[in-house]
Write a protein that binds this ligand. Structure first.
Ligand SMILES: C[S@@+](CC[C@H](N)C(=O)[O-])C[C@H]1O[C@@H](n2cnc3c(N)ncnc32)[C@H](O)[C@@H]1O
Length: 267
């Protein structure tokens, strides 16, 4: 894909992730969330993988990783048994993804390419399932969601894991004296791009307009502070995530304060 055809936002994203991927190249991945031996419904990523596993058990086979990044998830989906396609705007992510697939003996099952989410050029109704992980908040959602609808088979399912704004909590988060200590500016250390922004109610409504059949599950209330108190390499279950899960289950009015979502839409 020629970079001169990209919008300014797309170019900025590509430049950012070209550098980010170089600095954070993933060499090993864990398959724990897709082995089906352990369930962690309180963690949005594990929950998302569980949803994907269920779709495989229902007989869906062709999967698109929508904005696949370094390909780690694409390789996990291939491990489940899917025929995986994936795309990303950043060319070195695609190379990294293919190397990972090669390393785990899944290269024949993973076909990644450089494309943009807003106009993928895949065929109409090509995929049984589309999975997008932390991608919607980087792209033009209104356009990209129509593209998802176009390339998803009738009867297909799309699953997105995303960051969303929570009333009050994000107003506090955006106050000047808080952002002074916890910056929201572009940063490689904090993994923040210049243009990314959490989903708001209007974005969810735009998704609903294209996919009226939608389910949204909320995560992340007290576990927001995990990133400050837990070591990044601690892969054990988080107590705060379990507490959030309990609260969201038994006190549904709290769900609106959840800062993470898994969105499941059906065509
Ligand atoms: C937060 S990362 C998530 C990547 C991957 N899904 C994961 O879970 O690791 C966001 C990704 O979006 C890609 N991206 C940004 N804008 C894009 C666009 N318009 N089309 C396709 N990919 C895009 C970036 O290159 C980056 O890999």
């Amino acid at each position: 894909m020629d970079s001169h055809k990209l919008t300014e936002r797309q170019q900025r994203e590509r430049e950012y992730y070209s550098q980010f991927s170089d600095k954070n190249a993933v060499k090993d991945i864990t398959f724990d969330p897709v082995l089906g031996t352990e369930s962690r419904p309180w963690n949005s990523y594990w929950f998302m993988y569980e949803c994907v596993l269920r779709e495989y058990q229902k007989g869906r086979r062709t999967l698109l990783d929508f904005g696949c990044g370094n390909g780690a998830s694409a390789v996990r989906f291939a491990k489940i048994g899917f025929d995986v396609c994936g795309f990303d705007i950043t060319p070195n992510n695609i190379e990294l993804g293919h190397s990972l697939a090669e390393k785990y003996g899944l290269r024949d099952n993973v076909d990644l390419s450089v494309r943009v989410a807003e106009n993928t050029s895949y065929l109409d109704e090509q995929f049984d399932i589309i999975v997008g992980i932390d991608i919607l908040h980087h792209i033009e959602i209104k356009v990209a969601i129509k593209e998802c609808h176009r390339i998803l088979k009738n009867g297909g399912v799309a699953i997105f894991r995303e960051h969303v704004e929570a009333p009050l909590l994000d107003r506090i988060r955006n106050m000047q004296f808080i952002t002074k200590f916890f910056s929201k500016e572009k940063s490689f250390d904090n993994h923040i791009t210049e243009d990314e922004r959490k989903l708001v109610v209007d974005d969810i409504n735009d998704i609903k307009e294209v996919f009226p059949n939608i389910e949204i599950k909320r995560f992340l209330l007290f576990s927001r502070i995990d990133r400050f108190i837990r070591k990044p390499d601690n892969k054990r279950p988080s107590l705060l995530e379990k507490i959030d899960h309990f609260l969201f289950t038994y006190l549904p009015f709290l769900r609106v304060f959840g800062g993470g979502v898994v969105i499941v839409v059906r065509k």
